[in-house]
Design a protein around this ligand. Structure first.
Ligand SMILES: Cc1cc2nc3c(=O)[nH]c(=O)nc-3n(C[C@H](O)[C@H](O)[C@H](O)COP(=O)(O)O)c2cc1C
Length: 340
């Protein structure tokens, strides 16, 4: 009624202006509500405020053992690395065993990684810090698992041997590679990989992904110093790909995460595109705090309308290198098949 009266008495352009402004207010309210809804779920179910469930604790354990795996596969492993981390990992494994038992595959793998860490240092004739050694001995007493893990040894030919093979062989042959020689990747090869990634499906075909290929060493180093997840290998990066997604192509509450979904799919496809072109790569997180996001925006010179998805460090691997074991769960742990 009120709307009809306004429509009659107001000039058309003013009425339209008010109608659009009102719509904006409603959309803004809905978005705020949706983000709060997401936030509450994240606060409650993520590990941010404490590990009070098996999922939170195992997530923490995987995060920690993965850093140890990375340390063991670095171009130059620093003896005695990650003292505090290995100590925390052991404590978390013991906590997990005491609360939930020792059946989880990832927990067993974590214990094997700790034992590999010990064995690696024994082989190098390096005496571990007494606190760490005592913690390892304690874990050995509490855990049944007694095998040690072995990170994967590769050579360049074996690593790329399946790039023209069937998809199951091809997909299984890709790993995150964190070791690169000083050989240059031709820009044309990167372009070929980007060309393959264009086949990525996207919501209503909006193709939100944007890529920035950075070749300048100085700029790469500045960006990677802030990214932070590339210690020990980032400096060897030959080309850095920064992936972003354009928000402008999305709309309304329902699509608030679409940039990350479509951008993530593109990222995976690009990793395959790089592997197919015999480029070794490691995808790097853009799990940025606000401060980090702002600094990276400036350094990467991305548009304000874009959000970071990830970065990919690329290079040609050396003759011999190691990759992290990165054990996957058995399929029945992550796949719930609903068969009527
Ligand atoms: C979104 C995302 C962010 C990642 N960030 C990093 C990172 O910052 N540093 C790193 O070394 N690896 C990073 N990785 C690589 C993972 O550690 C790796 O994919 C995982 O352990 C599985 O191993 P794989 O890639 O060899 O199969 C990231 C992976 C993804 C998907």
């Amino acid at each position: 009624m009120f709307k009809k009266t306004l429509k009659k008495i107001l000039p058309h352009h003013i009425f339209e202006f008010l109608r659009i402004e009102k719509k904006k207010i409603v959309q803004r309210k809905q978005l705020k509500k949706a983000y709060l809804y997401d936030m509450e779920r994240y606060i409650k179910y993520s590990d941010t405020l404490g590990s009070d469930t098996d999922q939170k604790l195992i997530g923490r354990i995987i995060r920690e053992y993965h850093v140890v795996e990375k340390g063991l596969t670095m171009p130059e492993t620093r003896l005695g690395f990650g003292k505090d981390l290995i100590f925390s990992l052991i404590q978390n494994c013991i906590d997990y065993i005491q609360q939930y038992g020792e059946t989880d595959e990832q927990l067993k793998h974590a214990i094997r990684v700790v034992l590999e860490y010990e064995r690696f240092h024994q082989e190098q004739g390096f005496a571990l810090d007494s606190v760490v050694q005592t913690a390892i001995n304690n874990l050995k007493q509490k855990a049944d698992e007694a095998r040690y893990c072995q990170q994967k040894e590769m050579n360049i030919d074996s690593y790329f041997q399946h790039i023209n093979a069937s998809f199951p062989l091809f997909a299984a042959s890709r790993s995150s590679v964190r070791n690169y020689s000083d050989k240059d990747i031709p820009t044309t090869t990167i372009i070929q990989a980007l060309e393959l990634a264009r086949t990525t499906p996207s919501a209503c075909n909006r193709q939100c992904w944007r890529t920035y290929v950075i070749e300048n060493k100085e700029q790469t180093n500045l960006i990677l110093a802030i990214q932070g997840g590339n210690r020990g290998f980032g400096h060897l990066t030959n080309k850095l790909i920064v992936l972003t997604a354009e928000l402008g192509v999305f709309t309304s509450t329902g699509e608030r995460n679409e940039a990350f979904i479509d951008g993530g799919m593109y990222a995976m496809n690009l990793l395959y595109g790089l592997h197919y072109n015999a480029i070794a790569a490691c995808i790097l997180n853009c799990s940025n705090t606000i401060e980090k996001d702002l600094k990276l925006r400036e350094l990467c010179r991305i548009k304000d309308s874009e959000v970071f998805i990830a970065m990919i460090s690329c290079g040609i691997p050396p003759e011999n290198f190691k990759v992290a074991a990165s054990l996957r769960y058995e399929a029945d742990k992550t796949n719930k098949l609903i068969i009527e």
